[in-house]
Design a protein around this ligand. Structure first.
Ligand code: DAH
Length: 344
């Protein structure tokens, strides 16, 4: 009996020693120490022993049970420790690894430019007009007629203006000046407003021209407004927009809706006036059309030109952005190439 007990002990110790996992430990426990395990089965046989042997063998069985229990717990402790260390190792975070970049959305450079232009004029007392007085799909009436364009003016030609099939005379506006009379008809002078928006022209696309571009329209109507006021406001705008006075020139020009009219050029930033592809070798980039509002336009809007006068201007947003950020191709604004957009 004693030998049998020793054998059980040795078998169990070998298995405990070989156990690699917590499951192995469970198995040993089950095999030797559970209710139906080998030690218990052995103990059941003790009652058949001679009386003098019962206590001795019984005591020895208990002793072995205790020893195995102790060994199992020791081994369990070691394996649990190993498992924890393994987990710590596998979950270790290398804080020296480069992180994943998070890209956030940004304003389009044209939106930024429009915001900047509007803000500068707001600083000079102009207010921003919402789009209801500035539709992109427009009638010839507001785009041309009310602005004093004669019926046979070449700008009405199919080559410059996109005509729609919605109705005869419904077009995509060719300039934001369409909003001038709409705005003047609904308000009384004094007026000082800026109106940004998209405009459309049927042009050959090139580095300087696109079918769709943006303008900011503005005008001021009050008593005693002069050409000098206009020059002052526009020069101040150019100074604030570029952060410095840049060479500009006011060229006399013609628009049906202004008299006198001027075009304002800024020196080409690409070639510093020497002449390049962007400025068509002229050294200058036109950014603005402007002039004193023609009395006919004021009359069309129901404003008495004998009492009131005003100036108006329209500027190309893309041109202004190209000058400021040294961009040499207008198409970059519309291709939506992320490598371009993310630079702003
Ligand atoms: N509408 C003109 C254009 O698109 C620009 C312009 C010129 C606007 C003179 C004006 C202005 O308000 O007074 O070329």
């Amino acid at each position: 009996m004693r030998d049998k007990l020793q054998q059980i002990k040795i078998d169990a110790l070998v298995l405990i020693d070989n156990a690699q996992t917590l499951e192995d430990i469970e198995e040993v426990k089950l095999k030797f120490l559970s209710r139906k395990g080998e030690l218990n089965s052995f103990k059941k046989k003790i009652k058949d022993l001679p009386a003098d042997q019962k206590p001795v063998i019984g005591a020895l069985a208990n002793e072995i049970a205790q020893e195995l229990e102790q060994k199992l717990n020791d081994k369990l402790y070691i394996l649990q420790r190993e498992e924890i260390l393994k987990r710590i190792e596998s979950e270790k975070i290398d804080i020296t690894m480069p992180g994943k970049a998070v890209y956030s959305g940004k304003k389009h450079p044209l939106t930024t430019t429009i915001d900047e232009i509007v803000e500068i004029f707001q600083g000079m007392g102009f207010s921003l007009v919402e789009s209801q007085h500035s539709p992109e799909v427009e009638t010839e009436h507001y785009n041309f007629d009310m602005l004093n364009f004669p019926p046979d003016h070449p700008a009405r030609d199919m080559q410059d203006t996109f005509y729609t099939q919605l109705a005869p005379n419904v077009i995509l506006r060719s300039h934001t000046s369409n909003s001038q009379v709409r705005e003047m008809q609904t308000k009384k002078p004094p007026l000082r407003v800026v109106i940004p928006g998209r405009v459309y022209r049927a042009e050959d696309v090139s580095s300087r021209k696109n079918n769709l571009f943006h303008q900011v329209e503005g005008f001021m109507v009050d008593k005693d407004i002069t050409f000098g006021d206009m020059k002052g406001v526009l020069n101040e705008f150019i100074r604030l927009y570029f952060g410095q006075s840049r060479p500009t020139r006011f060229r006399s020009s013609f628009f049906p809706f202004t008299e006198p009219s001027a075009e304002i050029d800024v020196q080409c930033i690409m070639c510093k006036g020497k002449g390049c592809r962007v400025c068509s070798q002229s050294g200058w980039l036109e950014i603005l059309g402007a002039g004193m509002i023609d009395p006919n336009v004021l009359k069309n809007a129901g404003i008495d030109p004998d009492v009131y006068s005003g100036f108006a201007f329209g500027m190309g947003v893309e041109r202004l952005a190209m000058l400021k950020y040294a961009i040499n191709d207008i198409r970059l604004f519309f291709n939506n190439d992320i490598r371009f957009l993310k630079q702003f």
